[in-house]
Design a protein around this ligand. Structure first.
Ligand SMILES: Cc1cc2nc3c(=O)[nH]c(=O)nc-3n(C[C@H](O)[C@H](O)[C@H](O)COP(=O)(O)O)c2cc1C
Length: 192
């Protein structure tokens, strides 16, 4: 656990969520996966469009899981290949009438936020990865043009940091850091 050292008190789910790279081989139950997607589905979205879609494979789905690993950037593969589940979050970028949904990526992020906090509540961890080849993912899974791959999530139960090799071991042990509230939130006026 790398509980966030917050300045102000925030909910323990928020403090306890972090992005590890060391995953145990323990599978995630299908029921648990549905619980995570249910949590995601209750996010707010513009026009209640619910533009999030998820494509996922368990580690035991050898062929599909391997295809997903192949879509990751080289720096993510060495550790993400040990995750129990790989999930691609997809955004439906247009409304059914053809108009672009400018909030689609925002809303997928909201849903992912729900998903990851629900996972945290269940003792799971997740690690978002923008480091993947979207075009390769699109081709490998014959994704329709209407869906944009946004991020891949490595999910699973955490293992001890020591099973990682460098540079991942040091990153796993590094203290967590954030900008202060004073650097990101401004009452009434932005600074000059
Ligand atoms: C959209 C997005 C893309 C990310 N891409 C990667 C990635 O490709 N590889 C990686 O190791 N971490 C990736 N991360 C994880 C971030 O580095 C991590 O969330 C950040 O350092 C804060 O750490 P924390 O999640 O433990 O609080 C990504 C996170 C997000 C939200």
């Amino acid at each position: 656990m790398k509980t966030a050292p917050t300045t102000y008190p925030v909910h323990e789910l928020i403090r306890n969520r972090w992005s590890p790279r060391s995953f145990a081989p323990t599978a995630v139950a299908p029921e648990t996966m549905n619980q995570l997607f249910e949590a995601a589905s209750w996010a707010a979205s513009a026009m209640n469009e619910q533009p999030w879609r998820y494509l996922y494979a368990h580690h035991s789905d050898t062929e599909t899981f391997g295809k997903l690993v192949d879509c990751l950037m080289a720096g993510n593969q060495p550790w993400a290949k040990n995750a129990a589940v790989l999930v691609v979050a997809l955004a439906k970028t247009h409304y059914d009438n053809g108009a672009p949904n400018g909030a689609a990526l925002h809303d997928v992020g909201l849903a992912n936020g729900n998903l990851i906090l629900e996972a945290t509540a269940l003792g799971l961890h997740g690690h978002f990865m923008g480091g993947f080849d979207a075009a390769k993912t699109r081709a490998a899974f014959q994704l329709p043009d209407t869906l944009q791959p946004v991020v891949v999530i490595a999910l699973g139960y955490r293992a001890e940091a020591e099973q990682l090799e460098e540079p991942f071991l040091s990153r796993e042990k590094a203290p967590r850091q954030r900008k202060s509230v004073g650097e990101i939130a401004f009452h009434q006026q932005l600074p000059d």
